[in-house]
Design a protein around this ligand. Structure first.
Ligand SMILES: Cc1cc2nc3c(=O)[nH]c(=O)nc-3n(C[C@H](O)[C@H](O)[C@H](O)COP(=O)(O)OP(=O)(O)OC[C@H]3O[C@@H](n4cnc5c(N)ncnc54)[C@H](O)[C@@H]3O)c2cc1C
Length: 290
């Protein structure tokens, strides 16, 4: 790590002022679990770290006036995984946060950091896609809401400018008839980046019947992707274990996976289909639908 100084703004305006003054020489730091690795590897060499960890407006999980769940950027994976509000409104997101890293990483790493790192393997991102969440961003020109699917431009690339801060995410609440899940595969159960991950949300119309199906795949393309072909095939189709197996094979159609040290292209494609199949098999009886 090269020399840098750390500054701890007390509020958002102060943080934005520092980002404007220092431009590309500044880096925001939240939990530091991604950034410190990049500093050590000299991937980034900022002159100043803007530590947003003491800004109260970035904390907390609450309900907005229009009935969405607002999750502050500084919410840790641990806080999200144990939040009753998230577990009720967005179970797949709580499940994904419970999978991240290890207890230490979950206590330190934040949802804001996970989104801003913009990794296609970031575990909170597929659930945010299926809940059609939006990212709340503040910059010199005010606050903007970015639909999660429009936030990412490629691996480690997003629409966030160096002068902007993510304030939080807004997750629309789905009705009680909706079910959701998150599944991932890593090289081992903990402390391993996802080789492939799947999030699902859909409205249970009866045993084996879903409408408004949303499926997102992680680590199979330069960004997380919605698997629209399989979504259409699953929606309003009466499923039994056999048909489910053939329909979930369509999951790979919307992915362009790569081969790397963690898994081959073919393995990722097959596992995306298998994770979706396995997760949906558990949902066939519509556990939450009265
Ligand atoms: C051992 C280990 C295991 C891990 N396991 C997993 C895993 O299983 N799944 C997974 O998804 N990730 C994993 N990670 C990655 C990391 O822990 C998560 O991405 C975490 O959520 C990052 O949050 P952070 O607060 O630590 O981010 P930081 O490191 O503080 O920041 C990350 C990036 O986001 C920017 N940033 C942070 N917050 C904001 C904000 N509010 N506004 C603007 N920019 C911001 C920073 O400038 C930086 O570029 C792991 C990391 C380690 C070291």
């Amino acid at each position: 790590m090269t020399g840098f100084s750390v500054t701890v703004p007390k509020n958002i305006e102060e943080a934005l002022g520092l980002l404007e003054k220092w431009g590309r020489n500044a880096a925001v730091i939240a939990g530091g679990t991604d950034l410190v690795v990049e500093l050590k590897d000299k991937v980034k060499s900022p002159k100043i770290l803007v530590d947003i960890g003491r800004i109260p407006e970035l904390r907390g999980i609450s309900e907005t006036e229009d009935g969405q769940v607002w999750i502050g950027a500084l919410s840790t994976h641990c806080e999200i995984a144990s939040s009753d509000m998230v577990k009720e409104a967005a179970p797949a997101l709580a499940e994904a946060c419970a999978f991240v890293g290890s207890p230490q990483i979950r206590n330190r790493g934040t949802i804001g950091g996970n989104i801003c790192t913009a990794s296609p393997a970031g575990d909170t991102i597929p659930p945010l896609y299926v809940f059609e969440a939006s990212v709340e961003v503040r910059g010199p020109n005010g606050t903007r809401q970015v639909p999660i699917e429009s936030f990412f431009e490629g691996p480690k690339k997003s629409v966030l400018s160096p002068q902007e801060i993510v304030l939080g995410v807004k997750v629309p609440k789905l009705g009680k008839e909706y079910v959701s899940f998150f599944r991932r595969l890593g090289q081992r159960k903990s402390l391993a980046i996802s080789v492939v991950s799947v999030a699902f949300a859909g409205k249970c119309e009866g045993p084996g019947l879903f409408s408004d199906v949303r499926v997102a795949l992680g680590a199979v393309a330069p960004t997380v992707v919605r698997a629209r072909t399989v979504e259409n095939a699953l929606s309003n189709t009466k499923l039994d274990p056999k048909t489910l197996e053939s329909v979930t094979k369509l999951a790979f159609r919307d992915s362009v996976p790569i081969t790397d040290v963690r898994g081959s292209l073919e393995y990722r494609r097959d596992m995306a289909c298998n994770l979706l199949y396995e997760g949906l098999l558990n949902m066939m009886e519509c556990p939450k639908a009265g």
